[in-house]
Design a protein around this ligand. Structure first.
Ligand code: P6P
Length: 337
């Protein structure tokens, strides 16, 4: 039985991972450590949100007279302020900002780019559904001291680190730097992320779960319809008996898929020919995590990690999870021509 002295905090794990990279300078590790700090701060605010709403039913301010901010704006500011002064980044890209976010001139710039969705699914917070932060780290490719859009528009295969924080029944941080996928659970009593899920692998055989918003069925391509019919055994298809699981919060649906297996899909459809989810700071980070855990991610035809974004907030159809199911989806979609 391990006693409490054997806990591995995320800070220790990051240092251990850094030692695997002989040329590491510690800057990359510092970025991950700062993201973990931001995750703790956001977790506290998210967990208090319901209480504040009850206490603060006076419009835009709560009973303490504090301005009740939108949580995703709060999360954006927390991450920005944790990162802007460190000298490790040349710029940032956030779902909340149309253009790359520059490092203030008063602070030094560094060799890395951080892309992130500060709080995905924040519309779910009012009903206490888990939400999440998604991030990825790239190395600058331009010769500019301060980052350019070219430094941000890189394929997922160029990521140096990727991860997410899921604010749920517990807060977990899951990340990879290319040496496996590792999950940490926040112990609020000591304010530390503790290694709880080392070397996560998508189970094989996977749980028989498929995850998609079936309200859009009528708008899907024929191949997409036939694939979901196959999974659920409808419209004449003799399905292998899958169950549907759809939370409507990307990080939560992905986290379940990572730990249990199955497939999560956000297809393109007649109204959204490129789908809804963003390539740079949603699909690519999760795709690398899935691949490092033995799974796959595709846009229905190509590996997500091979796609080079042409603009920062580019959307992509998204299929992620157990390799066999993602590949089966591609087979059905290939019939669409
Ligand atoms: P739909 C949440 O709004 C979000 O951006 C993702 O977290 C989630 O996967 C998706 O949208 C849900 O979209 O169209 O099913 O409501």
């Amino acid at each position: 039985m391990k006693d409490d002295t054997h806990v591995v905090t995320i800070d220790r794990h990051i240092i251990d991972q850094e030692r695997l990279q002989p040329e590491a300078t510690g800057a990359f590790s510092s970025i991950l450590t700062d993201i973990a700090l931001a995750g703790k701060i956001i977790s506290h605010k998210v967990n208090m949100a319901g209480l504040m709403d009850v206490l603060g039913r006076t419009g835009d301010t709560n009973v303490q007279g504090e301005r009740v901010e939108k949580l995703d704006v709060f999360a954006q500011e927390v991450i920005y302020r944790a990162m802007d002064h460190t000298g490790h980044l040349c710029c940032m890209v956030s779902e909340e900002h149309p253009e790359p976010i520059p490092i203030p001139e008063k602070f030094p710039a560094g060799p890395y780019v951080l892309v992130f969705d500060p709080l995905d699914g924040s519309s779910n917070i009012d009903v206490n559904v888990s939400i999440g932060t998604i991030f990825a780290i790239y190395r600058k490719v331009s010769n500019e001291e301060r980052g350019t859009e070219a430094d941000c528009l890189q394929a997922g295969r160029k990521q140096l680190g990727a991860g997410y924080v899921v604010y749920g029944s517990s807060t977990m941080l899951v990340y990879t730097t290319g040496s496996g996928v590792h999950g940490f659970t926040l112990d609020p009593s000591i304010g530390e992320f503790i290694l709880s899920h080392p070397n996560i692998r998508i189970p094989d055989p996977p749980a028989r779960y498929y995850s998609v918003n079936e309200a859009y069925y009528s708008r899907w391509s024929p191949g997409q319809k036939r694939f979901v019919d196959r999974l659920r055994g409808t419209n004449g298809a003799s399905g292998p008996g899958f169950s549907s699981r759809y939370i409507g919060s990307l990080v939560s649906d992905f986290h379940r898929t990572l730990l249990k297996g199955g497939i999560f899909m956000y297809p393109s459809d007649e109204r959204n020919p490129s789908g809804k989810l963003r390539l740079l700071y949603e699909a690519s980070p999760l795709a690398w995590i899935a691949e490092e855990a033995g799974g796959r991610a595709s846009d229905g035809r190509r590996d997500i990690l091979d796609l080079v974004p042409e603009e920062l907030h580019q959307r992509t159809p998204f299929y992620i999870g157990s390799t066999e199911l993602v590949s089966l989806a591609e087979e059905y979609l290939s019939e669409d021509g």
